[in-house]
Design a protein around this ligand. Structure first.
Ligand SMILES: Nc1ncnc2c1ncn2[C@@H]1O[C@H](COP(=O)(O)OP(=O)(O)O)[C@@H](O)[C@H]1O
Ligand SMILES: [Mg+2]
Length: 369
């Protein structure tokens, strides 16, 4: 194993607990030859917040994270941590730790030695380093396992050791790159909740990379959605879900039916939008008169077997999933994916239905579509 790449604690030792720090990118670009991995990206992570970088593979998430750590240098722009310009500082001079995707624990060292490694190489005495390591191991629920080798731990426990190792020097900012990808599906939910709980109880500033939108919605204060090296939208989980700024975000965050409508008039903040013969009042979101695209969440669509409404369709497929029934409906406004909660008997395929919309919360005009 390459030793350098496995050193998780990138920061220098510190005497006392510090305040969480902000992270700011100002028009940051990273180029690798002719590839622009990150393109003119600006954002701020407030102190003590968990912000997720979310997007499909190759959109620039890891590169962004590595630039926070100082493992990659920006080609253009400015990076600030705790208000200090760190753009040209090496990883060792930034007070940041990273938990890598692979954990990369030293296999020949015990759990305790793994966690104490960072302080030891920084010149802290063995006794003090072990003490610091033990403190973090008990914090993270691994007390009693400190003598084991990493190979004697489960995937979830190894992940915790990696987190303890990143925390041991009490960095100003903690970075996670797809931390759950080596865990089985069942463990993922628990570990992501543990990470969130730890972040909140220690008031840590965390930048968290994932390609999984559900994971991002579950753990984040804010989400930065990236697409093709740029930011597609920034917001709280709820803002992104309920007010997607563009088609990419509408489609990437949760399930959405993208439906064509016609914006006919604006009154104050609201617009009248017609979908076929059906009329809705929606926030106009600065869209002008004329054709608009709407993001309609699957549970915002109501199906009624009376088939007497202005929009009609036919159920093509019904899947009973216990807490919900999922439908595919062929309708006058296109094919729809519909989720209905709390219904006992699914509507049988072939049944004619009328289609309407429950609340305005699950229906939004997509402004840049
Ligand atoms: N060291 C590198 N050299 C050349 N291209 C790179 C390097 N690292 C990343 N890239 C490219 O930059 C883009 C973004 O990569 P990355 O940040 O790893 O994306 P993500 O983490 O979102 O999957 C990709 O096109 C990738 O191939
Ligand atoms: Mg990546």
């Amino acid at each position: 194993m390459n030793k350098m790449s496995s050193i998780h604690s990138l920061s220098r030792p510190v005497a006392s607990k510090k305040q969480a720090a902000s992270v700011q990118f100002r028009n940051v670009t990273k180029r690798y030859g002719s590839v622009t991995a990150v393109d003119d990206v600006s954002f701020t992570i407030e102190p003590g917040q968990l912000v997720t970088l979310l997007g499909p593979s190759g959109c620039g998430k890891t590169t962004t994270l590595r630039m926070i750590a100082g493992l990659e240098m920006a080609s253009e722009g400015q990076i600030l941590i705790g208000g200090r310009d760190v753009t040209n500082l090496s990883a060792a001079d930034r007070d940041v730790s990273m938990v890598f995707q692979s954990y990369a624990l030293f296999p020949h060292m015990s759990v305790l030695e793994n966690v104490a490694y960072g302080p030891s190489v920084q010149g802290v005495s063995k006794k003090d380093a072990y003490e610091m390591a033990m403190e973090k191991l008990s914090l993270i629920g691994l007390k009693g396992l400190e003598k084991r080798a990493p190979s004697e731990l489960s995937g979830g426990q190894q992940q915790r050791v990696a987190v303890a190792r990143a925390l041991v020097l009490e960095p100003q900012v903690l970075l996670f790159d797809e931390p759950l990808s080596n865990l089985d599906a069942k463990l993922r939910r628990r570990v992501r909740e543990d990470i969130r709980e730890l972040q909140q109880s220690l008031n840590l500033t965390v930048a968290y990379v994932t390609h999984d939108q559900e994971e991002a919605l579950a753990v984040s204060d804010h989400i930065i959605v990236m697409s093709n090296a740029r930011i597609a939208q920034t917001g709280t989980p709820r803002e992104l879900y309920e007010e997607p700024a563009n088609l990419f975000v509408a489609d990437f965050i949760g399930d959405a039916n993208i439906i064509s409508g016609d914006l006919v008039s604006v009154t104050g903040l609201m617009a009248q939008v017609n979908i076929g013969n059906f009329s809705l009042q929606l926030p106009h979101r600065n869209a002008g008169q004329g054709p608009v695209k709407l993001a309609v969440r699957p549970d915002a669509i109501v199906l009624d077997e009376s088939a007497s409404g202005v929009l009609t369709g036919t159920v093509r497929k019904a899947s009973y999933l216990g807490t919900q029934v999922e439908y595919e409906v062929e309708s006058t406004i296109g094919n729809l994916f519909v989720v209905q909660h709390g219904r006992k008997e699914p509507i049988a395929p072939g049944t004619p239905v009328s289609v309407s919309f429950t609340t305005q919360r699950g229906v939004a005009i997509i402004p840049n579509a």
